[in-house]
Write a protein that binds this ligand. Structure first.
Ligand SMILES: [Zn+2]
Length: 141
């Protein structure tokens, strides 16, 4: 599954997923396998580059290929909200990758809506379940 992410050009290519991180040597790591302190450092590393990443993504959006009229309208709305409704840091912190890194830095699963055990962290009434005995790789029969 992690092979799908092999050889990304830049870590910003990983912003839309909650599963993996690629280190400086190009090695792909599952976020759930990385220790919390390392995820906290990666999160800080990303946030320090918020302004540059914001500009980079903005340029990529502006260079998007021609689209149908409906797609263009949807794109224009997305672009406007990207450009005007937020700050670079707030935008970056809200991407799936950064949310996942933040969850991992608190030792929560990268996809924090689901625990390591596969059950939701919060039930349908919004109440927290006790997952204190769960750990990465736990098997529930
Ligand atoms: Zn659990």
């Amino acid at each position: 599954m992690t092979d799908d992410y092999g050889g990304v050009q830049h870590w910003t290519d990983l912003l839309t997923q909650r599963e993996v991180w690629q280190d400086a040597e190009g090695v792909i790591h599952r976020l759930d396998d990385l220790p919390p302190d390392r995820c906290a450092r990666i999160h800080a590393f990303c946030m320090r580059q918020a302004d540059g990443v914001y500009d980079l993504i903005g340029m990529q959006l502006a260079a998007a290929p021609e689209m149908s009229e409906t797609a263009t309208e949807a794109f224009d709305r997305a672009f406007d909200s990207f450009m005007y409704d937020t700050t670079p840091a707030a935008w970056l912190a809200g991407t799936p990758l950064l949310e996942a890194l933040r969850a991992r830095s608190y030792d929560l699963p990268a996809d924090w809506r689901t625990c390591h055990c596969g059950y939701p962290l919060v039930d349908e009434k919004g109440e927290l379940w006790d997952h204190s005995a769960c750990y990465p790789g736990v098997i529930i029969d």
